[in-house]
Every structure is written in structure tokens, then in C-alpha cells.
Design a protein around this ligand. Structure first.
Ligand SMILES: NC(=O)c1ccc[n+]([C@@H]2O[C@H](COP(=O)([O-])OP(=O)(O)OC[C@H]3O[C@@H](n4cnc5c(N)ncnc54)[C@H](O)[C@@H]3O)[C@@H](O)[C@H]2O)c1
Length: 258
């Protein structure tokens, strides 16, 4: 019950990673403001949590929405301690040479400026309560896995976090990042073959589940991480260790029967 008496706000919490994070924080005692564009699905997540959930329609590209969400959190629960910046999927599908300035703006506005808006709105509460922010970036922010615009926005979240951590550390506010590898969420619903192919890249032999990310977020957001700020925690089944094609052969030689 690491979050008893604490209040968290999670963006894009109607499904996937955001929903798992909201449930995990609530399971550990938090009151949770669950926000997303999809009101029906948000209602289901909130119903599963019960009286300690406040579902709100929030578009992170709208400063008014984000400001209103922070105000609603304080009005309903009296405080705000944790912000989880989870909104930020890949929205540009064109080849990089065809990407327009508007495509770039849209990707950055959702992923990078969206996270910044939430931090800006929550800062007074976070300073008051010595709170913290966990932003969901991606392994794409750390190495080349494809999609230039998405990856640049995810790397931007990491740079933003380091700078916020340095600037507000003396006030007791922490900022960290979780960088997931491939996670089984509705984002992949139409691509089961891709997921199967990707799972073979992972030394731990599987892709991740939303709960794998929720566990890492809960750690970083809790007092167990009281002296950790400005860091990026990859949660990625070992995919950042490098190309894995040779590993199974090596294992067989050194560990017969593996
Ligand atoms: N799933 C993965 O493999 C994976 C891997 C690495 C990083 N991530 C990151 O994790 C986060 C969550 O990914 P997911 O796969 O769980 O998401 P998802 O695709 O399953 O769901 C995305 C959610 O974001 C909401 N959303 C979209 N635009 C929004 C906006 N403007 N404001 C508020 N909400 C909005 C949608 O309504 C939806 O509920 C994203 O930042 C993503 O980049 C995901």
C-alpha cells in the first residue's frame, strides 16, 4: 500500500498501459484521476477501481483540458502527488521523406508537449506535496527501432525529464521515465503476426504485458525510489542488449538442453 493517502493522475488510461498503471496505483492505495479521450472505456476502468477513481475526458493536446483535470483532482481528492504521462502513441505513418511539418507538429504536440502540459499544470501541487512524475517513453527514445518522428518525440521526453529533475530536485520533486519495449496493448490488435515476429527479438522470450510497465511505474512513483530522479528505466525484456539472433545457438552450446 505504497500510495495510501496519495493522489495520482494518469493520462491515456482507458486501455493498455495507462489502464494497467491506474489499476496498479489504485491497488496500492492511491486515488486515481483516470483521463483519456475514450469516455466509455474510461468508465469501465473507473468502475473497476471504485470510489477512489475519478474518470475525466482529457485531451492532452488541450491546455484547458489538462488544467481542468488538475483542478478537478484537487477539488475531488484535495491534492495531487503523482502524474503519469502515458499519452503519446505513434501517429505519423508516412516515410520520413514524405513527413510534413504538420505531421511533425502533431506527433510532438501529443507526445512531448502533451507531457510538458501535464507537468506544467501539476507543478504547484507537486512542489507542495513533494510529488513526482513518471513519463512513459519507449525504447525508441534510446535506440533505432523505426519511426523517426515518434522516436524523436520519445527521446525528447527523456531530455525534458533530465532537465526537470535537475531544476526541481531541490524542491523535492522527482521526474523519471519508463522506456517500454513492445507491450501487448490494443495498439497492436490488428497486427498479431507482427507481435509474434517481434517476440523473437526479446532475450526473455516474450513481449511485455501492460502489468510489466505498471510495476515499474509504481516503483518509480513510490517512496522506494525516493533518491532516484532524472533516470530512464528501460523495461524491455532485454531487447536493448543488442541483436539476439546468435543467442539461442550460444545458449545451446553452453547449456545443453536449454
Ligand atoms: N504498446 C507498446 O508496444 C508501447 C511500447 C513502447 C511505448 N509505448 C508507449 O506507451 C504509451 C501507451 O501505449 P499503449 O500501447 O498502452 O496505448 P494504446 O494505443 O493501447 O492506447 C492509447 C490511448 O491513448 C488515448 N489517446 C490518444 N490520443 C490522446 C490524447 N490526445 N489525449 C489523451 N489520450 C489520448 C487513446 O484514446 C487510447 O486510449 C504511449 O505513450 C506509447 O507510446 C507503448
Amino acid at each position: 500500500m505504497r500510495f495510501e493517502g496519495k493522489v495520482a493522475l494518469v493520462t491515456a488510461a482507458a486501455q493498455g498501459i495507462g489502464a494497467a498503471v491506474a489499476r496498479r496505483l489504485a491497488d496500492e492505495g492511491a486515488s486515481v484521476v483516470v483521463t483519456d479521450l475514450q469516455e466509455d472505456k474510461l468508465g469501465e476502468v473507473a468502475a473497476g477501481i471504485g470510489a477512489r477513481a475519478l474518470p475525466l475526458r482529457v485531451d492532452v493536446t488541450s491546455r484547458d483540458d489538462v488544467d481542468a483535470a488538475v483542478a478537478a483532482a484537487v477539488e475531488r481528492f484535495g491534492r495531487l502527488d503523482v502524474v503519469v504521462n502515458n499519452a503519446g502513441g505513434c501517429i505519423v505513418q508516412s516515410a520520413p521523406e514524405d513527413t510534413t511539418d504538420d505531421d511533425w507538429r502533431a506527433q510532438l504536440d501529443l507526445t512531448l508537449v502533451g507531457a510538458s502540459r501535464c507537468i506544467q499544470a501539476a507543478l504547484p501541487e507537486l512542489v507542495k506535496n513533494r510529488g513526482n512524475v513518471v513519463t512513459i517513453s519507449s525504447v525508441n527514445g534510446l535506440a533505432a527501432f523505426g519511426n523517426i518522428e515518434y522516436s524523436a518525440a520519445k527521446a525528447g521526453q527523456i531530455a525534458m525529464t533530465v532537465n526537470y529533475a535537475a531544476r526541481y530536485g531541490s524542491l523535492g520533486v522527482r521526474f523519471n521515465v519508463v522506456a517500454p519495449g513492445t507491450i501487448r496493448t490494443p495498439n497492436w490488435d490488428n497486427q498479431p503476426d507482427t507481435l509474434e515476429r517481434l517476440s523473437k527479438m526479446y532475450p526473455l522470450g516474450r513481449i511485455g504485458e501492460p502489468e510489466d510497465i505498471a510495476a515499474a511505474v509504481a516503483f518509480l512513483a513510490s517512496d522506494d525510489a525516493a533518491w532516484i530522479t532524472g533516470h530512464t528505466l528501460p523495461v524491455e525484456g532485454g531487447v536493448l542488449t543488442g541483436p539476439t539472433v546468435l543467442n539461442p545457438a550460444l545458449s545451446k552450446k553452453e547449456y545443453p538442453g536449454h
